[in-house]
Design a binder for this molecule. Structure first.
Ligand code: BES
Ligand code: MN
Ligand code: ZN
Length: 518
């Protein structure tokens, strides 16, 4: 039933844009009008003179195409260009009002995705894109990488279970650049873009799978297969191991289901090793393959979406795939705590007290606050395996989407230096994370009268109190927590990405890891 497309073949060629004989050539355009001004859009990488000598010039001076972000215009047999069809894709304003900043690399990643989805929808299999150069902020290499990522991300649809599925996937992507670019840097960037885009799509395939297919055991199998293919060590443990490690919090969550849990441990070791005392990065993902809420059961409406409650775990598995290929010079442990949260005669209940691996006791107030319980043991376990720095990703709270809406994921940290590493890679990764507070004043909300902690913190600041809970288990270890509940699933298709799993987190986590490469 599952049919995944062949990987897109990508290559870079050096040619002048007007002379590219492609079936479909994409050129990006930038709106040069300031405020109410009406200058015509610039078409990159064409010069103004080149633009005027092609059919593009006439269309642009007509004012019909404004070059708004992701606006498209298809021209057949354009005069003055060697391509058969030309697709113009807007990237937005040359200088956003007040900021003086031009379109970002992220805007270009989306525009490239828009081009790819435009082509797919019309049955085009071969896409040629001219590197815009100077149109956006960022180097040629950064732009090339973003274009490749944008195209690969766009080339994904979640309809793998449709019997009459049409395979729209692209066969080739050819990037055309001037031979004056730093060719070594641009071709390395192209390779990186492929690695990141494929890793993100791998995470999305996992998230897309329904709960009856992707059980914790199957998630473990998929992770192990990826590790085998990419030369990572991998162990997948289950109930016995959880018991011997005394993972009482994780065990509490999983006790209501017939599906065995999976504790997935992936290891990346740089070739030739690293000196003693080097950092060891621990990546910990929430892998709830289906979250019914348990005894504190969720309402029926929308419950089907809770198959995506393993998106944090999928992000870690995707990131480990990218890390295996990019080979940073730092040790990395990837841990996914996979379980199903079900109500049953043997399920854990509100009022139960669980003893976590760290020894801390937890009063269960709501069995639907299960993610923090499995992560409590995952974070502690990562420390016992030697992690010196931790990052976790989880679809942890609905509250994070209430706080930040659907355009930023929540991020938290107990250590400013570690946060700086993360903040420093966000531009390059192009994913929106917004830091939220984690002060001790919030600790009171999760204080229990009979145990060390409660697993919920009441009505206010739900994303923060969930993070405060995790902070107890990160302890003194520098740690970042990513709450991706609002972004891991896209409810409405956009011009550059399908409705469904987003794969958010893969690129930022991978880049964070690379920032520690010695
Ligand atoms: N998996 C959910 C959070 C979630 C909600 C993810 C919506 C994606 C979309 C999590 O396990 C959960 O149920 N959280 C509760 C916590 C509450 C009981 C304190 C929530 O957000 O309502
Ligand atoms: Mn839940
Ligand atoms: Zn959950």
């Amino acid at each position: 039933m599952r049919r995944y497309p062949e990987r897109v073949k990508t290559e870079i060629r050096y040619a002048i844009a007007t002379q590219v004989p492609a079936e479909l050539l994409v050129l990006f355009t930038v709106d040069q009008s300031l405020g109410a001004g009406s200058a015509t859009p610039a078409v990159f990488p064409l010069t103004e003179a080149q633009t005027l000598h092609t059919s593009v010039g006439e269309i642009l001076t007509s004012g019909e195409f404004k070059s708004a972000a992701n606006e498209t215009l298809l021209i057949h047999a354009p005069a003055g260009l060697a391509c058969k069809r030309l697709l113009l894709v807007g990237v937005g304003k040359a200088a956003a009002e007040g900021t003086g900043k031009g379109p970002s690399v992220a805007a270009l990643r989306r525009a490239a995705g828009t081009a790819a989805r435009f082509a797919r929808a019309r049955g085009s299999k071969d896409l040629a894109i001219a590197l815009p150069q100077t149109a956006v902020e960022g180097t040629d290499a950064e732009v090339a990488r973003a274009i490749v990522e944008g195209v690969l991300i766009a080339d994904f649809d979640p309809d793998t279970y449709k019997s009459d599925r049409r395979d729209l996937s692209l066969s080739t992507l050819t990037l055309f650049a001037s031979e004056r670019v730093d060719q070594a840097a641009v071709s390395a960037a192209l390779a990186e873009g492929v690695i990141l885009g494929e890793a993100q799509n791998f995470a999305r395939t996992l998230v897309n799978e329904p709960g009856n297919v992707l059980t914790p055991t199957v998630l473990g199998d998929r992770a192990a297969a990826m590790c085998k293919q990419h030369g990572l060590k991998c162990h997948v443990y289950s109930t016995d191991k959880l018991k011997s490690l005394k993972m009482g919090a994780f065990l509490g969550v999983t006790q209501g289901t017939y599906e065995p849990p999976a504790l997935i441990v992936m290891e990346y070791e740089p070739h030739g090793g690293v000196p003693a005392g080097s950092p060891v990065l621990g990546l910990v993902g929430k892998g709830i393959t289906f979250d019914t809420g348990g005894i504190s059961i969720k309402p029926a409406e929308g419950m089907e979406k809770m198959k995506y409650d393993m998106a944090g775990g999928a992000a870690m598995i995707g990131a480990m795939q990218a890390i295996a290929q990019l080979k940073p010079n730092v040790r990395v442990l990837g841990i996914v705590c996979a379980a199903e949260n079900m109500p049953s005669g043997r399920a854990y209940k509100p009022g139960d007290v669980l003893t976590a691996m760290s020894g801390k006791t937890i009063e269960v107030i709501n069995t639907d606050a299960e993610g923090r319980l499995v992560l409590a043991d995952g974070l502690h376990y990562a420390k016992t395996l030697g992690a010196t720095h931790l990052i976790d990703a989880a679809t942890l709270t609905g509250a994070v989407a209430i706080a930040l809406g659907l355009h930023n994921a929540g991020a938290f940290s107990n250590d400013d230096a570690t946060w700086d590493h993360f903040a420093g890679v966000l531009d390059r990764a192009g994913e929106p994370f917004w830091r939220l507070p984690l002060g001790d004043e919030y600790r009171e909300q999760i204080r229990s009268h009979i145990a060390d902690l409660m697993n919920t913190g009441g009505r206010y600041g739900g994303a923060i109190t969930a993070a405060m809970f995790l902070k107890e288990f990160a302890g003194d270890t520098p740690w970042i927590h990513l709450d991706i509940a609002g972004l891991a699933w896209i409810d409405d298709a956009r011009p550059w990405i399908a409705k469904g799993p987003s794969g958010v987190g893969v690129r930022s986590i991978t880049e964070w890891v690379r920032s520690y490469s010695a």
